[in-house]
Design a protein around this ligand. Sequence first.
Ligand SMILES: [Fe+2]
Ligand SMILES: [Fe+2]
Length: 291
Amino acid sequence: MRILHLSDTHVERTDAPNRNGVNATDSLRLMLAELRHLRDVDAVVVTGDIANEGDVEAYAAVRELVGEFARPLDAPVFYTTGNHDEREAFGKVLGSGHPDPERLLETGASERAAVSTVGGYRFVTLDSLVPGEVYGRISAAQLDWLREVLSTPAEHGTVLAFHHPPLALGLSVTQPVFGLLNPGELASAIRGSDVRVLLTGHFHLQLFGMLEAVPVWVTPGVVNRIDLTTPYGTERAVRGASASLVELGGPASPMFHTFHARDPRAHETVYQLDEERTRAVLEKYGPTALG
Ligand SMILES: [Fe+2]
Ligand SMILES: [Fe+2]
């Protein structure tokens, strides 16, 4: 099983530069053009922050670009929501996020979670979006549903995809207050199940860790990259689109590798927050929001 894992396209309503001077649609176009030689991709997973401000036009643009890429590969594309997404607009264009879901979450809420099977692997997407917040949470209703889904093992196991990593580095945007707030509840829902890997995004950098016995991959962003070489307490984003390939089923499974688009302006600073501004962001979206 070879999965192309994209995340954080942050596409705007119009095909134009964003407030940081980056054209997010161009970043996605460039990344996909760079991946044109990729073969034997069984599925494409896009783990949220698809639209920067939740515009229908942005979802349509991503669906068209990624769909065009995936069509000759005959690979289904699965989408999840992220903190920048808007569930209603997402649903209008991408539905459940699966082209032909075999099972959907039905909670009465608008959360988007679904199941599809590809080559004996079960793909489950969850919705960690908490409207208005940067951090994420997987609701009790989704966790109950997930337990039920996982109670029957799939032929080759399950791939679980959602936006907010259940991991934290304790630096800048990768602090626990910006990731998934209930990793323990997720861990208990998947303990002893056939989940082989968790695919996430949100941090805009590549990161690997474990949630108990399950490998967690954070794919870098398409729109930009967060550069952790900045001084402690500050934050820097640089140009450069990236993507990952996840290989499952071989003797070294899971394996992850990343692709970096050859952007002539790669590594140029997109924005830099000094200590004061970083602290202000943390205060606005971090601990006080948890109270
Ligand atoms: Fe993002
Ligand atoms: Fe995000």
